[in-house]
Write a protein that binds this ligand. Structure first.
Ligand code: ARG
Length: 585
């Protein structure tokens, strides 16, 4: 597709050379010839709508423009002669021998013929980011799953990705926690293993209760915040203890889900917060509002239509979440040298990020060319469409959620294959259970809320992880049945697409590159899920209609090659979603 785009841009440039200087510059610089996969495959594999977009600028009929483009278009190595349809769409069918040649390329390459980007960027993906002393909740799980997949895709493209866990490990709540820790667990400060996270969550609750009810406790908490900020040893020790306990629990989840993350929590930016406020002051962006220092925002208003303030320092001198994000943004640009920054959190934080980005922009810290994106996602709901809860009505812990997915997958494998070795059953249950949770999340358009349903995500039919994993197992099974090592096919030069289902499958395989590219841009992993789902459907159609092992040569080898490329594509695609494939299940 990117090749086709380049060819079309080239053609436009040649066709309209000398017509309009401004236009020519556009062609040369950032022209988008709007080439897309065709909506209706009856008329072509790809279509180009450039002519329609150029009618105004060229003051000509789109049909004539299309004809002119075609005149200068060189695609005969890739496509059949292009045709013009409707008012001026250009339709293209890929040439069979081009598709065959591409299949050979995909076959030989462990990247399926997708070259790493020639413009590698330093990309920061800020994801997962739970809060210390609180249980990680399903929102954090979503962030973890989506963020990891986005990071994997960008890494595959050849970008230099920094995966940052912006944990909430700082703030006034620690005053209350430290005070309570000292009071309720006086020896916790000497014995380091005295608490488990279950206790920590209770501890948070208990501390909050004390804080709300007892003014003296409240005062002590305020002092503890000051102690912590000034690095007083006992307060620091208590804080570290809390962080370590949480970290250990978080890590269990990351290990289970195979997530790589570098922890760089809010506390990391602590020493930079003062500068943020000072610099904003100096630039003249700060105003005092009821004792708090804030920036009045453009385009954000309250009910009365007055501009909303973004507070960066409260009247008591404390900095907040926004101050930290401003400091982090600056640090990431100046120190990490990021070219692109991606934040993965729930939609509820869209306002926060838009405000932080705006202030950073107005302060001149965020260059126009920098891509900063809030990758927002919807809520996780229970099957009843309400907040996800356990049957007893408690909020669900992530651990129990994952355990249940694995347990259910275990029951399933037990029923299907009771004789299998324990280790094998365990491996399958984990891959299926965890894969199901991830896939269920990723296959949704992330901006919508999604209903968490074990039954649906573990179903063998439909757009689910078990279905996809089976598809892979089945394709690999063909090789095993024929006693053929798929990898040994990689030297084969002969792929002949003689029937329609083969062609349809091959064309779909060819689209992998453009799907990955699209996800790399707009950060919607559900596109990749959809692509893989359609791939397994197209493979099934091929497999139903085209005998593989029983057909004569050269079809046999050629079809085996198609199986191999399909398997490789499924494996890579699932891997980019953070899902491990199984050879048998
Ligand atoms: N800790 C926050 C929360 O639980 C998410 C942090 C997201 N990242 C950021 N740079 N603000 O809601």
């Amino acid at each position: 597709l990117s090749e086709l785009k380049a060819r079309f841009t080239e053609a436009c440039l040649k066709a309209f050379e000398g017509t309009d200087a401004a236009l020519n510059q556009e062609f040369a610089a950032n022209f988008d010839p709007s080439v897309t996969p065709a909506k209706d495959t009856k008329f072509g594999d790809y279509q180009c709508n450039a002519a329609l977009g150029l009618t105004k600028k060229l003051k000509k009929k789109p049909h004539d423009i299309a004809a002119q483009i075609i005149e200068h278009l060189y695609v005969s190595d890739l496509c059949e002669p292009p045709t013009i349809a409707g008012p001026g769409f250009i339709n293209l069918f890929l040439k069979r021998d081009f598709i065959e040649a591409q299949m050979v390329v995909m076959q030989k390459s462990d990247r399926l013929g997708i070259a790493p980007t020639d413009k590698p960027q330093r990309v920061i993906v800020d994801f997962s980011s739970p809060n210390i002393a609180k249980e990680m909740h399903v929102g954090h799980l979503r962030s973890t799953i989506i963020g990891d997949s986005i990071a994997r895709i960008l890494e595959f493209q050849g970008h230099d990705v920094l995966r940052l866990n912006h944990v909430g490990d700082w703030g006034t709540q620690f005053g209350m926690l430290i005070t309570y820790l000292k009071e309720a667990y006086p020896d916790a400060l000497t014995k380091s293993d005295a608490l488990a996270l279950g206790d920590l969550v209770t501890l948070y609750r208990e501390a909050k209760k004390r804080f709300d009810l007892d003014p003296e406790f409240k005062d002590a908490s305020r002092l503890a915040v000051v102690d912590l900020q000034s690095g007083q040893p006992e307060a620091t020790k208590a804080w570290q203890l809390l962080c370590e306990q949480s970290r250990r629990e978080f890590q269990k989840l990351y290990d289970a889900l195979d997530i790589q993350l570098i922890e760089r929590g809010e506390s990391f930016y602590n020493s930079l917060l003062g500068n943020v406020v000072e610099d904003l002051q100096q630039i003249g962006l700060l105003q005092k509002d009821q004792g708090a220092l804030c920036v009045f925002l453009e385009g954000f208003t309250n009910k009365e239509g007055e501009p909303l303030p973004l507070i960066v320092q409260k009247s008591d001198g404390a900095y907040n979440y926004a101050t930290t994000d401003l400091a982090a943004l600056r640090y990431r640009i100046t120190q990490d040298k990021a070219d692109r920054i991606i934040y993965v959190t729930d939609m509820g934080q869209s306002g926060h990020f838009a405000q932080v980005f705006q202030v950073a922009k107005r302060a001149g810290w965020l260059p126009d060319a920098m891509l900063v994106t809030h990758v927002a996602f919807g809520l996780v709901l229970g099957e009843d469409g309400k907040k996800l809860k356990t049957r007893s009505g408690d909020t669900i812990t992530l651990k129990s959620l994952l355990d249940e997915a694995i347990d259910r997958a275990q029951i399933d494998i037990e029923a299907r294959n009771p004789e299998a070795a324990e280790a094998f059953k365990q491996e399958v249950a984990e891959a299926v259970g965890l894969g199901a949770v991830k896939y269920a999340d990723l296959s949704q358009n992330r901006t919508s809320d999604y209903r968490f349903s074990f039954d649906k995500m573990l179903a063998l039919q439909g757009n689910t992880a078990p279905y996809m994993l089976y598809a892979y197992v089945r394709v690999r099974g063909i090789g095993r049945k024929g006693e053929i090592d798929f990898d040994s096919l990689e030297s084969s030069q002969s792929i002949h697409l003689t029937t329609e289902p083969e062609l349809v499958l091959a064309k779909h395989l060819l689209q992998l590159a453009e799907v990955i590219e699209a996800v790399g841009e707009d950060l919607f992993p559900n596109r990749l899920c959809q692509y893989l789902f359609e791939l397994s459907q197209k493979f099934n159609q091929f497999f139903e209609q085209c005998p593989v092992l029983d057909s004569p040569e050269p079809e046999r080898t050629s079809r085996l090659c198609l199986c191999h490329i399909t398997a490789k594509t499924l494996k890579l695609g699932l891997n980019l979603l953070g899902i491990k494939v199984l050879e048998r299940m």
